[in-house]
Design a protein around this ligand. Structure first.
Ligand code: GLN
Length: 201
C-alpha cells in the first residue's frame, strides 16, 4: 500500500514521519501522476485556503476530488479536515473544498485570538487519553447521519463539538497528531480505515 501526503503547504514532513513510524510506504504528492499512483491520501494541517488554491494552480484539485469521491481512503488533520468537509462556516469568499465528509465545520472555531492549545482527549476506541494539539483549529458543528463521532470537546456546559470524525473511508481530526509522538490516529487510519481499500479504485 502506498500512502501519499499532499505536499503543497503545511506540515507534510511530520505526517510522512508518523506514517513511516507505522511502517507504511509514504510519499509526498503534488502531481496528477502521483495522485493517480497512491492507494490512500493524507491532507496535512496548514492553511486550507492556500492548499485549495495551490491544488487548483497545480491542476490537481479535480483529480483529488474525483479520487475521494471514488472512495480513496483519506485522512485530513486540521486544514485537512476543512478540505474534506462538505460545508464550511467562516470560510473565505469562494473557498473551495474537496468535500466528501457530510459535516459542517467552523474555521478558527476556538476564537482567532486562541492560537494554539493542548488538551487530553477521550478518543473512541482508544484505551488511554490522547494529548491533542489544536492550532487555529476548526470544530464540527453539524454531522450527517452517516458520520461517526470519534472525539468531542465541551467548550461550555451543555455544548459539545466533534473534533474527530469518520465516514467510511474518510477520517478527519481538528487537531494535529502528527505534531506529537503518539501515532495511534495514523495507525487507526492505516489499519482500520484503509482496510476498506480493496473495495475501491
Ligand atoms: N485555520 C486553518 C485553516 O483554515 C487551519 C489551521 C491548521 O491547519 N493548523 O485552514
Amino acid at each position: 500500500m502506498k500512502v501519499g501526503v499532499l505536499a503543497l503547504q503545511g506540515d507534510v514532513r511530520e505526517h510522512l514521519f508518523a506514517l513511516n513510524e507505522c511502517e507504511v510506504n509514504a510519499i509526498p504528492v503534488r502531481r496528477a501522476a502521483e495522485i493517480a499512483s497512491i492507494d490512500a491520501l493524507v491532507i496535512p494541517g496548514g492553511e486550507s485556503t492556500t492548499i485549495a488554491h495551490l491544488a487548483q494552480t497545480f491542476d490537481i484539485f479535480d483529480p483529488i476530488q474525483e479520487r475521494i469521491q471514488n472512495g480513496m481512503p483519506t485522512y485530513g488533520s486540521c486544514a485537512g479536515m476543512i478540505l474534506l468537509a462538505d460545508r464550511v462556516l467562516d470560510a473565505t469568499q469562494g473557498q473551495k473544498t474537496f468535500g466528501g465528509l457530510d459535516i459542517t465545520v467552523r474555521r478558527n472555531a476556538f476564537g482567532r485570538q486562541v492560537d494554539s492549545f493542548e488538551l487530553d482527549l477521550n478518543m473512541e476506541g482508544l484505551h488511554e487519553m490522547m494529548r491533542a494539539v489544536f492550532i487555529r483549529a476548526p470544530w464540527v458543528e453539524q454531522v450527517g447521519s452517516g458520520v461517526e463521532i470519534l472525539a468531542s470537546v465541551f467548550p461550555s456546559e451543555n455544548v459539545s463539538h466533534a473534533v474527530a470524525v469518520r465516514q467510511g473511508a474518510l477520517l478527519a481530526t481538528s487537531f494535529h497528531p502528527e505534531l506529537t509522538s503518539d501515532n495511534r490516529i495514523h495507525r487507526y487510519f492505516i489499519e482500520e480505515v484503509c482496510k476498506e481499500i480493496s473495495k475501491f479504485g
